[in-house]
Design a protein. Structure first.
Lengths: 442, 337
């Protein structure tokens, strides 16, 4: 086992586990902004109780998100010291900005939101959850700025053995920042919607007259439909276009385009094998890929064999993760569309099978996030900074492989424990249900 | 004053801010570990409950700022202290989740387990931070790849002395904070703990200072050549006189300010002794990483300065307002941990 492989596995494990929680935090926070608004402005006890209930889930999720996030802030330095020295002039700034402009905001106001009821006005209480939502979204922005710079570096020059900043705005608003920010934040909104929908469905299966659960389900289904549709179009589409235009090797890998051609086909289903790169059991539509990526059915797209083998990402993992993410994305639209339709027909609360489907769908947006990130990060290989620095050249040279193996096992065990405890406590919280309604005394 | 010096100061402010704010969280965690009464333990956890997370952000922002302004320092120190950092991270993770996890299950075994996680998750960082500072002040072995030490090498007697000094400082600060936020028997106990810890702190500081004369004489060259030393030392002296007196008289507000001032002044003294070095090298001091040979470009430093000058005032203001909302004695409500 060498240091590069161990460090890569550790990074993948720690970031993968961490990224189960921020999507739920961001999505749930924005839903709570809406829920608490109604509780406040309408003085409606149902929405107030709903807010209290989901705020407990937010608190649990946020805690594990923060705990696993601290690891990430330090891991660039501990395991990727060569990378840190090379990109620090550019990469460090978004991380620091994330702290100053986002972490303080979300963490500070979360304390006020969770514990400030009774100490501050209702308006100030609503403002705190708004700041948590804004803070977590700004946090997503800055970390995506940093990661996007790895994908499509801009605003720099290589000098003195490192990448040096020439333009902060060009580096921040590099070609992939905005498409990835929109796509990632919307994915979080979908995750939040499915969480609320699934929890509401669970409560409704216990008692279909439950007014709080009905209200929550209505909100989640409509919100979820809008978010799911936007995620595909325009956000998913814009993002894929950006990859086609600025990261051709990744595009070829995720789409399974192995030979350069015009009228390139969109592959709906296939099984990639190598060597040589080939798709088995292929189902495709000619011309669609060229049309979607470049607006012209006959536009030429470079296939993976057009690139030197040492610059190609792993093909199977990128293709499979990307396509399964898309399948899930389509399912999200279908599920929420069905729910919205059932709502219009007045049959949403009785459909027990659909309610069960919503319950089991709770983790699916998180799966889609994991798959999307796999496609994004594995698709960038062998580069840690596209075209500038290879992953294999970027690890800390002063850390022995044994130390990394030790920390990898330590985190793996700790995260398995944390994951199990999180699920256990979350299920307990959901089963316990919202606080009881207090009947007004005359 | 050049950009590099400004950033040296800003990183120092972030470190001092962290020590003053999360410092009392860590101190509370350590005291929690040795408190027998379960109700008192619950009050202690809730005394920091609403604010600990925002306090911890100072560490993240400090790390981010170090990365942005002095990338080679961030890279060589973090990779050089690898195993120590991993230990620190596990402790911080356990502390972070212990707040949420503790009260969720009725079982006493579960609660005790998470209380221990909270305590150990506070004690380990409280010790390791001082060990880190001690090692930096002692000087670090460097080679072509950067800092090259082992975990055992980092746990040398000099660094461990600083570790214990740091631990005493954080627990003292936690005790004065709890004196402010609690009442009755608990508050009285915190008063006595704080009084004892002032003595320990002053004694350990004196020992650490004398020892560093032999281990890192270059620190004294720096201190004696700079008038700022006397200002920081005067502040430290004032807090070591006012602090114990305030605690004895149960003036916990003043006591807390004094422990905060003591924390800030010893960090200021350490920083001033280090300047302009960030990672002193041993045995050859000339191989040190300094704010000049290990910094980002002026463009980056300037851009980051703008972000800091725009962002930090907001942070200070809303943090103060949030603390103000939680002023007064800690009370247990339906929302408490």
């Amino acid at each position: 086992m060498n240091v590069v492989l161990l460090s890569r596995i550790q990074f993948a494990l720690t970031i993968g586990f961490h990224f189960l929680f921020p999507p739920l935090t961001i999505g749930l926070a924005w839903l709570l902004v809406m829920i608490e608004w109604r509780g406040w402005r309408r003085n409606d006890p149902t929405w107030v109780r709903m807010g209290r209930f989901f705020s407990k889930i937010l608190a649990l999720t946020f805690a594990v998100g923060v705990a696993t996030g601290i690891v990430m802030e330090f891991q660039f330095g501990t395991n990727w010291a060569v990378y840190s020295k090379f990109v620090g002039d550019i990469f460090g700034a978004p991380l620091a900005a994330e702290g100053v402009l986002a972490f303080f905001l979300e963490s500070g106001f979360l304390g006020l939101y969770l514990f400030g009821r009774g100490r501050i006005s209702k308006g100030a209480h609503w403002f705190s959850i708004l700041m948590v939502a804004v803070g977590s979204t700004v946090s997503a922005f800055w970390i995506l700025v940093a990661n996007s710079w790895q994908q499509t570096p801009a605003g720099y020059v290589v000098e003195n053995g490192r990448a040096e900043l020439t333009s902060f705005s060009a580096a921040v608003f590099n070609p992939s920042t905005l498409p990835r920010f929109l796509h990632t934040v919307d994915a979080a909104l979908i995750a939040g919607a499915f969480l609320v929908a699934g929890v509401a469905a669970f409560l409704l299966r216990r008692d279909k007259e439950d007014g709080l659960a009905r209200a929550a389900l209505r909100l989640a289904v409509v919100f979820g439909l809008v978010a799911s549709v936007l995620e595909l179009f325009p956000f998913g589409h814009i993002h894929a276009r950006q990859v086609a235009h600025t990261q051709p090797e990744k595009f070829a890998a995720i789409e399974g385009l192995y030979t350069s051609q015009s009228a390139a086909p969109m592959v709906l289903f296939a099984y990639p094998v190598t060597p040589p790169p080939e798709l088995k059991a292929k189902v495709e539509i000619r011309g669609v890929l060229s049309w979607m990526a470049f607006g012209d059915i006959n536009a030429p797209i470079r296939g993976i064999t057009d690139f030197p083998p040492e610059n190609r990402p792993p093909l199977w993992l990128t293709f499979v993760s990307f396509h399964n993410m898309v399948v899930l994305g389509l399912y999200f639209i279908a599920a929420m569309a069905w729910g919205t339709w059932q709502l219009r027909r007045g049959r949403l609360y009785e459909g027990r099978r659909f309610l069960m489907l919503l319950i089991v769908s709770i983790p699916l947006p998180l799966a889609a996030c994991q798959l999307g990130w796999m496609a994004a990060e594995v698709g960038r290989q062998p580069w840690i900074v596209y075209g500038l620095l290879r992953t294999s050249d970027a690890v800390s040279t002063s850390v022995p492989a044994g130390d990394v193996l030790f920390s990898l096992i330590l985190f793996a065990l700790l995260y398995v424990l944390l994951g199990c405890l999180y699920v256990y406590l979350l299920v307990r919280e959901i089963r316990h249900g919202p606080p009881a309604a207090v009947t007004a005394q005359a | 004053m050049d950009l590099n010096t400004i950033w040296f100061l800003l990183v120092g402010v972030l470190i001092a801010g962290y020590a003053i704010l999360d410092g009392f969280d860590l101190g509370t965690g350590v005291l929690h570990l040795v408190t027998r009464d379960e109700d008192e333990r619950r009050v202690m956890m809730n005394a920091i409950g609403p604010v600990w997370d925002g306090n911890e952000v100072w560490l993240l922002t400090g790390g981010g700022a170090l990365f942005a302004a002095f990338p080679p320092v961030y890279a060589s120190v973090f990779s050089g202290f690898y195993l120590a950092f991993m230990l620190l991270l596990v402790a911080l993770i356990l502390r972070a989740v212990s707040f949420e996890f503790r009260a969720k299950v009725e079982s006493p075994g579960w609660r005790r387990a998470w209380e221990i996680a909270f305590g150990v998750g506070s004690a380990v960082p409280a010790l390791l931070y001082g060990v880190a500072v001690g090692n930096v002040l002692r000087g670090l072995e460097m080679d072509a790849t950067g800092v090259s030490t082992t975990l055992l090498g980092l746990l040398n007697p000099f660094a461990l002395l600083f570790g214990v000094l740091g631990l005493a400082m954080f627990v003292l600060h936690g005790a004065t904070y709890l004196g402010l936020k609690t009442e009755g028997a608990l508050q009285e106990r915190m008063r006595r703990v704080a009084s004892a810890l002032w003595v320990a702190f002053i004694g350990l500081f004196a020992l650490a200072t004398v020892t560093s004369y032999f281990v890192s004489p270059w620190l004294f060259e720096r201190w004696f050549s700079n008038p700022l030393t006397w200002i920081f030392f005067a502040l430290l002296l004032a807090s070591c006189i006012a602090g114990p007196a305030a605690v004895r008289a149960s003036h916990f507000g003043r006591g807390f300010l004094a422990s905060a001032a003591a924390t800030a002044s010893i960090i200021a003294l350490a920083a001033e002794g280090l300047y302009p070095r960030l990672v002193p090298a041993r045995p050859d001091l000339a191989a040190s990483l300094t704010i000049y040979n290990a910094s980002s470009t002026p463009r980056t430093l300037t851009t980051m300065l703008v972000i800091a000058l725009v962002g930090m005032p907001f942070v200070i203001v809303y943090t103060a307002l949030i603390y103000r909302a939680f002023r007064g004695k800690t009370t247990l409500t339906a929302d408490s941990y």
